[in-house]
Design a binder for this molecule. Structure first.
Ligand SMILES: *Cc1c(COP(=O)(O)O)cnc(C)c1O
Length: 373
């Protein structure tokens, strides 16, 4: 559909950065698109649609309860609101006016207080909560997490993500123990994670996923957990959830995507590595460039191409090069987290062999032309 690109004067994009929200995250399978279209073209008793798709997903995953929401961020906000309001009808209507004596603090390891494109603390605040950090930016033990709990605590929040500090931080299972000992719920933000069951099994009460990332559904989110808590989250459709409601098309699209995700064979890290090997070979023939396979830092089965530039040889600052690749006629996006160390990473899950060749040609041309900086 190049006409959309032409009509609105948009650039074509090669996405070598992974499931990036700023590029439109993922491209759902045709069965998912069909479910979305079916949803758009029919009427439902919405209460039943929400409840019964949730029950279906819960059975697929072997968890007590599930609920489709509009995105992971909305899931965080509604889970926080749920742990503050519970099933109190007055609080449900008056969360915005709730007295500060209602427990509303959400304790998070300091190294998990991240900005994933928006601050996690903003989502907690949207849900009426206030983020309280535990431990230090480089360490948080179970005891340090517990030390931040007060009578004002409503919930514990654990962010499972490559964005977080990984070293010297407690595990999900340890956080669940702390929650249990203090009779508090544990919320896990696992937005981009691939395993839809393990955090629930480790004892989390509510686990939140982004529907468009690993699951490759439409714009949506998933909340799973213990029935009591998921029921409280569902109640929020009459509270803050109204401002972040998902449509019937997203509910059906995500349900289909989850079923496919659980039953279709996934591309493995070693298949990704094989797909990128000709690209790596070509890159290694360029002066001042060395490329190799690296594995996902958060332990997922994802292989990426790491490209290191010797700036003294190339004459390019890696940051400028990343920018120049975005600025071409076709915008090429890499993972640029380490460009200050002269390293960029390519995630090739959404990149065809032809597109890898386009990327290589563009890098070769830019290096030959030299930096304009
Ligand atoms: C992407 C992400 C989110 C937000 O997901 P959305 O579905 O875009 O709202 C939240 N937390 C983490 C750790 C993420 O990676």
């Amino acid at each position: 559909m190049s006409s959309v690109y032409e009509k609105f004067d948009l650039k074509q994009v090669i996405n070598a950065s992974g499931r990036m929200t700023i590029l439109g995250v993922s491209t759902p399978a045709s069965e998912v698109v069909e479910s979305v279209s079916y949803g758009l073209n029919h009427y439902f008793e919405m209460h039943d649609l929400v409840k019964k798709t949730g029950d279906y997903i819960a059975r697929l995953l072997g968890v007590e309860s599930a609920l489709v929401v509009s995105c992971a961020s909305a899931g965080i906000a509604q889970c926080v609101a749920a742990t503050i309001v519970k099933d109190n009808p007055w609080l449900l209507d008056n969360l915005h006016a709730a007295p500060l004596t209602v427990p509303h603090e959400v304790v998070v390891p300091k190294g998990h207080n991240v900005n994933y494109g928006a601050p996690v603390g903003s989502m907690v605040a949207l849900g009426g909560g206030r983020l309280v950090e535990a431990g230090y930016s480089n360490e948080c033990s179970p005891a340090q997490l517990a030390a931040a709990i007060t009578p004002s605590t409503a919930a514990l929040l654990y962010v499972k993500s490559h964005h977080c500090v990984q070293k010297s931080h407690l595990s999900v299972a340890q956080a669940a123990d702390v929650a249990r000992q203090h009779n508090l719920p544990l919320i896990v933000d696992a937005a981009a994670e691939e395993d839809l069951q393990c955090y629930y099994q480790m004892g989390a009460d509510l686990v939140i996923y982004s529907g468009a990332k690993a699951i490759e559904g439409p714009g949506s989110g998933l909340v799973i957990g213990r029935s009591r808590y998921v029921e409280w989250v569902t109640l929020q459709s009459k509270g803050i959830g109204r401002a972040m409601k998902i449509g019937k098309e997203g509910i059906l699209g995500l349900t289909e995507a989850i079923e496919r995700y659980l039953t279709q064979p996934k591309i493995s890290g070693s298949e990704m590595a094989a797909h990128m090997s000709p690209f790596i070979e070509q890159l290694n023939q360029l002066d001042g460039v060395s490329a190799r396979v690296v594995w996902d830092a958060a332990g997922r089965d994802i292989a990426r191409t790491e490209i290191h530039f010797d700036e003294a040889v190339t004459g390019w600052s890696t940051g400028d090069l990343v920018q120049a690749l975005k600025n071409g006629d076709i915008a090429i996006y890499f993972r640029g987290y380490k460009s200050n160390e002269s390293i960029i990473e390519a995630d090739v899950r959404s990149v065809s062999a032809e597109q890898l060749q386009i990327i290589f040609n563009r890098i070769q041309t830019l290096l030959a032309t030299g930096s304009r900086a």
